[in-house]
Design a protein. Structure first.
Ligand code: TXA
Ligand code: MG
Length: 322
């Protein structure tokens, strides 16, 4: 399939209307989109990504008014949080309405709704007239693309169009919050942190381990092909040379928000270099740093040179490379 990188919303809308799957930009990462109300279109997303059918897909809508169309009994807290952070990098998991096909939610009775903060994508959803189901536009378990060119590297030949919305402004996937329990639960960390959410809606819990509620909670995810090792201090050049390792220097991007913007591109670049492995340090575990460290840990295959074998941040200590 010949791929076309375009800024033409009408062309992409036309293709999506035919039940096809195309790549779209968002402010977080690029997505692989299809008509969320068309079961066979959504089935193509799973096929293209080689995504297991038990992983539910986020549905992208245009406004808070759409929540009521696709979710049952939209909780007050969800509306309150949305009024603060939507459009933006938050996905609201709520009880689904029947119009959302089971294939979108992997059979769960909840649906994840998100209003993306990207003008081209909002325009596309408006032009289509239907919501767009879209996971990140990478092959399952791999690094999410944050530009049209990266999306082409991931999915070239598998889709007809990539709607080019430039480099993603946030760079890591949305915060996923479930409103299906008595208290909201964060299923995946993102740019909207637990503290930010709590300021608006009070207590928010953190989803941990156990039953997989969200594939973002699968241990190995967002992963390069090479092993990625997390260290406590930057190894000397001699050590790097001996290991044929490349040090992924995230500090050089400056503030945490800039590290987030560049994280996946940098991981991808290191993955394409001649080295045998990637070595990096975690970042300050505050604000968006929590989500950055989460992605680093999930991408990693282990820790190097630490006594305890784990870094000094909370979270999973045993990482396996899939
Ligand atoms: O920023 C993002 O969220 C990007 C852009 C494209 O919007 N999308 C994204 O999709 O990261 P994906 O499929 O790669 O990750 C979606 C996460 C998964 O961890 C999935 O399990 C969770 O959201 N999710 C979606 N619907 C859910 C539901 N009904 N219940 C629980 N988790 C859900
Ligand atoms: Mg993903």
């Amino acid at each position: 399939m010949k791929i076309m990188i375009t800024k033409n919303v009408d062309k992409v809308a036309e293709d999506l209307r035919r039940g096809n799957v195309d790549v779209v930009p968002t402010e977080t990462v690029y997505g692989l989109a299809a008509n969320a109300l068309d079961e066979s279109a959504v089935a193509k997303i799973y096929e293209i990504k080689q995504r297991p059918r038990f992983n539910p897909i986020i549905v992208h809508v245009r406004s808070v008014e759409d929540f009521g169309k696709y979710a049952e009994d939209v909780p007050e807290k969800a509306l309150k949080l949305a009024s603060e952070f939507s459009p933006g990098p938050v996905t609201f998991v709520m009880k689904k309405k029947d119009v959302i096909p089971d294939i979108v939610t992997a059979g769960h009775d909840s649906v994840g709704l998100r209003i993306p903060d990207h003008p081209l994508l909002l325009k596309l959803i408006g032009t289509c007239g239907f919501p767009l189901a879209a996971p990140s536009a990478n092959m399952f378990g791999r690094i999410s693309p944050t530009s049209a060119v990266e999306a082409e590297k991931e999915l070239g030949g598998k889709v007809s169009f990539i709607l080019d919305g430039g480099k993603c402004g946030i760079g890591i996937e949305s915060t996923v919050i479930s409103f299906t329990e008595d208290e909201p639960v964060i299923l995946r960390s993102g740019a909207v942190t637990k503290e930010m959410a709590e300021k608006v809606i009070g207590k928010v819990n953190e989803g941990k381990g156990g039953k997989i509620l969200s594939p973002g909670m699968l241990e190995s995810h967002y992963a390069p092909r090479k092993p990625l090792l997390i260290v406590k201090a930057r190894p000397s050049d001699e050590v790097l040379e001996e290991l044929n390792g490349e040090y992924m220097n995230l500090e050089r991007f400056g503030p945490l928000a800039s590290i987030a913007v560049n994280l996946f591109s940098e991981m991808r670049r290191c993955d394409e270099s001649d080295s045998k492995l990637i070595i990096c340090m975690t970042v300050k575990n505050e604000g968006i740093g929590v989500a950055i460290n989460d992605r680093l840990l999930r991408a990693s295959s282990g820790y190097l040179g630490t006594e305890s074998g784990s870094p000094e941040i909370t979270g999973t200590t045993e990482m396996k490379h899939a």
